[in-house]
Design a protein around this ligand. Structure first.
Ligand code: GAP
Length: 437
């Protein structure tokens, strides 16, 4: 199977099973933004909940925040996004399609769309921030930007959070939220989009301890991804060369995954030094220093940032979990998602639509729902077809109510990956599932 075929298969499975739909599809879609369907929103929520739990709930030294998307326009001058958050853009003199000048297929001078040679003039710098207007007057004074990273909402609240939580440096602030970039060339399904979500954490440290914290967070984040069940041989670090580094970074490592279209970043770890806080101090005139209560030492903290794309992580998880295999002479497609990530944990089937089996199955399904275990009830089609649908959806367990249930009050639970079947008492299914989550 070619790489393009695999991406097509993933996108088609994602649509068929309700993971991801093209935004505004009935109008032809936009190609640069996507909607998450019933299973996709669950998978995404599960990723975010696990991240939040690891970052905020299980640590003493990281606080949560939910800052607004629209911020004062001076924020983006201070952060230098107005000046330098750009990509080089060229336009074909024949078909007028626009491309990023640094794409390999554009660098030779030939237009990838219409084939015109020497198609491009000088590249110009194109700012990736979306602009809109705050308030009822649409003039230059009312221009605001949709945030291109969530990080700035954290920096401008550094003193607020530190004082309210009484945290001492080193400590961090974590946030999950939407970010927007007017990418010149979005693509590869949900990999590069114009609206996306980031899960970012800014860790404030004393200057001089930043290299050490950088290494710690770099290791911690990789371990977190491995803990989600992502294949280790598909993960690696990539260190940014000086010319790849963002304007704020002293050091940067990407965590990359080997997607069907190559090794690409889905999380960045950055040493942002005191760049952002110092610039905000300068532009706002407000103190961004921290005073160490023990030593009375004053300093503007350095920041080690971990910045994960939630949508890209969803793509990593889908690509990593997707497999085609033969079982008992039949081909099946499986999403082998970790049970903690799977949108549906259990599917409940009555083997037949008679002898009271649907009623018993419905009761079990409702018991799972009441215990907040996402469950799906299905009576349609042969048992084999019902299994296949759940394999594709990534459901780890299917519980079947059959003739024996009426005799001994047990159901068969079939494991998605090993295909093993065990019998469990109806009254113990909730507990059985919970133990495995
Ligand atoms: N605050 C630092 C920052 O934003 P970045 O490397 O530009 O750093 C961090 O972005 C992560 O955000 C990326 O690793 C990626 O997962 C995600 N991301 C960035 N641009 C994206 C886009 N256009 N579409 C989807 N995800 C994107």
């Amino acid at each position: 199977m070619s790489d393009t075929q695999l991406m097509d298969k993933l996108a088609s499975l994602a649509k068929r099973r309700g993971y991801v739909f093209q935004s505004s599809e009935i109008y032809g879609g936009t190609g640069s933004v996507w909607d998450y369907g019933p299973l996709g929103v669950e998978l995404k929520q599960n990723v975010k909940a696990l991240w939040w739990s690891a970052m905020v709930h299980q640590r003493d030294d990281v606080e949560g925040l939910d800052a607004a998307i629209l911020m004062h326009p001076r924020v983006w001058e201070a952060s230098e996004h107005v000046d330098v958050f750009t990509d080089p853009l060229v336009e074909c003199s024949n078909c007028h399609r626009r491309f990023r000048a640094d794409l390999p297929e554009v660098e030779g001078g030939q237009c990838p769309t219409c084939g015109t040679r020497d198609a491009f003039g000088e590249a110009r710098q194109f700012n990736l921030m979306f602009k809109t207007f705050m308030g009822p007057v649409e003039d230059a004074a009312a221009v605001v930007y949709l945030r291109p990273e969530t990080a700035q909402g954290i920096y401008v609240n550094f003193i607020n959070v530190q004082q309210a939580s009484r945290q001492k440096v080193p400590f961090g602030i974590a946030q999950i939220g939407k970010a927007f970039r007017n990418e010149i060339t979005p693509g590869n399904f949900i990999f590069r989009t114009r609206e996306f979500e980031q899960a970012e954490m800014q860790y404030f440290v004393e200057p001089g301890t930043d290299d050490d914290w950088f290494e710690r967070w770099k290791a911690e984040r990789m371990a977190w991804h491995v803990g989600l069940g992502i294949r280790e041989d598909k993960l690696r670090y990539h260190e940014h060369a000086p010319d790849e580094m963002a304007h704020y970074a002293k050091k940067a490592f990407d965590i990359e995954y080997e997607f069907p279209f190559g090794w690409k970043e889905f999380e960045g770890i950055h040493n942002r030094t005191d760049f952002d806080l110092t610039r905000h101090q300068e532009f706002s005139g407000k103190r961004m220093e921290y005073i160490d209560p023990g030593t009375n030492k004053r300093f503007v903290p350095y920041v080690v940032e971990t910045s994960m794309g939630v949508d890209r992580t969803v793509l990593v998880l889908l690509a990593d979990a997707y497999r085609e295999e033969e079982v008992e002479g039949e081909e099946r497609v499986v999403l082998g998602l970790d049970p903690r990530l799977a949108p549906i944990k259990v599917a409940v089937f009555p083997l037949m639509k008679k002898d009271g089996l649907p009623e018993v199955a419905e009761r079990l399904h409702q018991a799972l729902r009441a215990a907040a275990v996402p469950s799906f009830f299905d009576v349609a089609g042969s048992i084999g077809r019902r299994y296949r649908r759940q394999d594709e959806a990534g459901t780890p367990w299917c519980a079947t109510v059959d003739g024996q249930t009426l005799e001994d009050d047990t159901v068969t639970i079939r494991d998605r990956d090993s295909l093993e079947q065990v019998r469990v008492s109806v009254g113990k299914v909730v507990e059985w599932v919970r133990e495995r989550l």
